[in-house]
Structure formats: C-alpha cells, structure tokens
Design a protein around this ligand. Structure first.
Ligand code: SF4
Ligand code: SF4
Length: 384
C-alpha cells in the first residue's frame, strides 16, 4: 500500500489530536482491534496499521481502507490502551475530504454530500420531508407541543422506511402523545456526514437544525434512527444545545409501562433482535427493545450469538450507507444467516440503516426469502 504524507506532518497530527486522539500515542500494536473488527470476517483489514500510520503522520490517501470503518465501536470497546480509534479514523477522513481526496471507488459519496449541502437530505428531494405523514394527519410542530418527532432522512423519503415512520406515528397517536413534525424546516442530522469526514458540512447542518429547534420552541425530541439520536444527544451539546432526546424504543417502553399503549393481540412468531451499533455499543440501550418484545404474548425471543455488546454491525455506519460494498463482503449477509441459524422467522431491529441493509441482503440471498425484516414499531403496530 502506498503511503505518502498528504499534508504536512504537523497538520495531520494536529488534526488527529484535535479529534480527541491524544490516546493514539499509547497504541502498542497488540492487534486486539483487528481481532474484533467485522471486516476481518469478510476480508483482510488491519485497523492497527492505519493507527500506526496515524502515529507517524502518514495518511494512505489512495487506499480504500480509510473508508472501510463503519464506526461500529467494537474495537474501541476492546482496546486495552483506550485508543480512540473511531476519532482517529474520522480525523484522517477529515483531512482528506477538504482536499477532495475521495477514492474513485466511492463515487457516490461526493454527490450525496452535495445533495445534503443543497437540499438537506441525501436523495436530492426537494419535496416536503413530512409528506409521508399526510395519511395520518400528523400535525406540524408548534411551540408548546410536547415532542418533536424526527424520523431521519430515510424514513421521510425512502418507500420501505416510510412504513417505519407511519408505524411510529400511529403508535404515538394511539397512546395520545402530543407530537409534531418540522418537515422541510429540518435538515439531515449530519451524523454520517461527520463520520465521512465532512466536518464543515456537519457543523453547518447542526447549527441550522439547532436554530430551527430553538426558534420553534423544541424541548424534547423523539428519534427513530439511533444515528440521529446519538448526534442530538452526544454531538449537538458541543454547540451548547441541550435538548431532551429519546430513542423511540425508550419512549415506547415507557408508554407500555404506564399503560398508555396496551398490547391487545398475540404475535406467534420466533423473533430475534439485532442491536444497532449506535443504540447498543454507542449508547448502552440494550434492554428497552428486548423488554418491549418480551411483553408481546406469543412472541418467542431468540438471541443470536453476536448480541448486545458483541452485536455484529450491519455495515452501514460511518457513511458506508453511501458506499458500495462488494458482494460477499456484506456483514448483513452474515447477520441474516445468524438469524436463520437460531431459528428466527423475523429479524427485528430499531434502525432505518440496518433495515435498509438487511432488506438488501434478503433480496440477494435465496435462503433468506422467508425471513421477515421488521422495525420494532412495525411489530408493535400489528399487536396494538
Ligand atoms: S487494540 Fe488498541 S493498542 Fe491494540 S493495536 Fe488496536 S489500537 Fe493499538
Ligand atoms: S469501529 Fe468497527 S469497523 Fe471500525 S475499525 Fe473498529 S471494529 Fe472495525
């Protein structure tokens, strides 16, 4: 692999330090990160080599490797020296993106960034973000409404994922929750933009969203995507903005416990739950989704071998949702096989990115034809 200093050594090292990579210097090349990285289940990928290059101030700018990390956090959890591996990856990408150095093998990335920068979503969609909600007459958010529901770009526009947004809004309406939408007044949260190295665009999106939220009197946000949830909760406070942020699984569990959502029907199926990285490993939410599923009569919950802290990434984090993954290298193919192996009829998750990728794998893998892929809100919608 060719490695040349792309920018002066000091710029690279400062960039990595600025991203919180102080602990980088303590990496002693033990290789534990490589052992747990999901890429090594499908191809060779040595994250410790990239970390070593970071220590030397070298960026392998032509290498596709720099764009592989899905920010799943498995390695960070295992590193005995506390190296902030994701921050280092992000810092390296951050150095490359303003220089325009995105490998030709990922042509989509730049056009997605352009779309988000110009219309606030990755799909070049100029129509109202809230159009999906017309069938349910969901209100626009106005000052005094308890919750802003933020469905994420994918459920707002993508046909398969609109079902997730509709299921969520339907459940909130059944429970009598006061909520509204900001539609096209809001932008993409910017999580994947930041992970893909475009820090300037991330900051612009965050500032615009924060201004919109404050101008409309938003105090509490319900998010469907663990990526939006993570960003609002952990990244937006960098801009001195603190909203009360809940992932939809947390709030729905509360509603069930309070008796505001009653489960009326049985769901006689074998179900396995996939922990999305940004809900589980990044934010420690493992139990609420499982508790919801356990309360559904007739539902048999089965655990896959890679679950909770050891959950297998779907492959879509870190901006990978906008990059092609070669056939035979998709983590989601392995995940679907794991679901089948434990005898599941339904693979349930709580993230629009995971659903996108699982549906994609299902459409390719013949043996998975009978496996249903569902968001947890879609399962609940059938039993409430
Ligand atoms: S696990 Fe940590 S210390 Fe070990 S090689 Fe990876 S980054 Fe370095
Ligand atoms: S965050 Fe996940 S994908 Fe990225 S290097 Fe670590 S284990 Fe691999």
């Amino acid at each position: 692999m060719e490695t040349i200093p792309l920018t002066p050594f000091k710029v690279v090292v400062d960039g990595i330090k600025e991203a919180g990579g102080e602990a980088l210097k303590f990496c002693y090349q033990c290789g534990k990160c490589d052992t747990v990285c999901p890429w090594n289940r499908v191809r060779q990928f040595f994250i410790r080599t990239l970390i070593h290059q970071g220590q030397l101030g070298l960026v392998p700018f032509e290498s596709e490797d720099l764009w592989l990390c899905t920010t799943c956090r498995n390695c960070v959890q295992q590193c005995p020296r506390g190296v902030k591996i994701i921050d280092v990856m992000r810092a390296m990408r951050r150095i490359l993106v303003p220089e325009g150095v995105v490998p030709a093998s990922i042509p989509n990335l730049r056009s997605v960034m352009t779309s988000i920068a110009s219309v606030g979503n990755p799909f070049r969609q100029e129509k109202d973000r809230a159009e999906w909600a017309e069938a349910l007459s969901v209100k626009a958010f106005t000052e005094g409404t308890e919750f802003l529901y933020f469905p994420c770009c994918y459920p707002s526009y993508e046909p398969r994922l609109k079902k997730l947004a509709l299921a969520t809004a339907g459940l909130l309406q059944k429970a009598g929750v006061e909520f509204g939408l900001l539609g096209s007044k809001e932008n993409c949260c910017g999580e994947s933009v930041r992970a893909a190295g475009n820090e300037d665009l991330f900051k612009r999106l965050a500032r615009e969203n924060i201004k919109t939220f404050i101008d409309h009197g938003v105090k509490k946000i319900l998010a469907s995507s663990p990526h939006c949830y993570h960003t609002f909760k952990n990244d937006y406070p960098e801009f001195k903005a603190n909203f009360e942020v809940l992932h939809i699984t947390q709030y729905i569990y509360e509603l069930i416990q309070e008796g505001r959502l009653e489960i009326a029907k049985e769901y006689k199926k074998k179900v396995t739950y996939h922990d999305p990285c940004y809900l589980g490993r990044h934010n420690g939410i493992y139990e609420e989704p499982r508790e919801i599923l356990k309360r559904i009569p007739g539902l048999q919950l089965l655990e896959m071998p890679d679950s909770k802290e050891r959950s297998l990434c779907c492959g879509m984090g870190g901006g990978r949702i906008w990059m092609e993954t070669a056939k035979g290298e998709r983590f989601s193919d392995i995940r679907l096989q794991q679901a089948l192996d434990v005898g599941a009829e339904v693979l349930v998750t709580a993230c629009p990115y995971c659903i996108t990728q699982f549906e994609d794998s299902k459409s390719i893998l013949k043996e998975c034809e009978g496996l249903e892929i569902k968001d947890i809100t879609e399962v609940l919608q059938e039993v409430i």
